[in-house]
Ligand binder design. Structure first.
Ligand SMILES: [Cu+2]
Length: 70
């Protein structure tokens, strides 16, 4: 399992962080998503054989949030 740490803007409340998590969890190979609405800190645990960081970033942006450059 690999861990991807991201900083995400656009989350305003628990509903936003839940929506982000639910969206990212639809990707094959994503095992766990922890998104903090207050800080934007988002941790994604994924199987590198099945999911790619670039796809995870794209999915977050498709859900209406912005991933800040590392
Ligand atoms: Cu919200």
């Amino acid at each position: 399992m690999e861990i991807l740490n991201l900083k995400v803007t656009g989350m305003h409340c628990e509903g936003c962080s839940r929506a982000l998590s639910a969206s990212v969890r639809t990707l094959a190979g994503v095992h766990r998503v922890d998104a903090q609405a207050d800080t934007g800190a988002t941790t994604v645990t994924y199987d590198p054989q099945r999911a790619r960081p670039e796809a995870i970033r794209k999915q977050i942006e498709a859900a209406g949030f912005e991933v800040l450059p590392a």
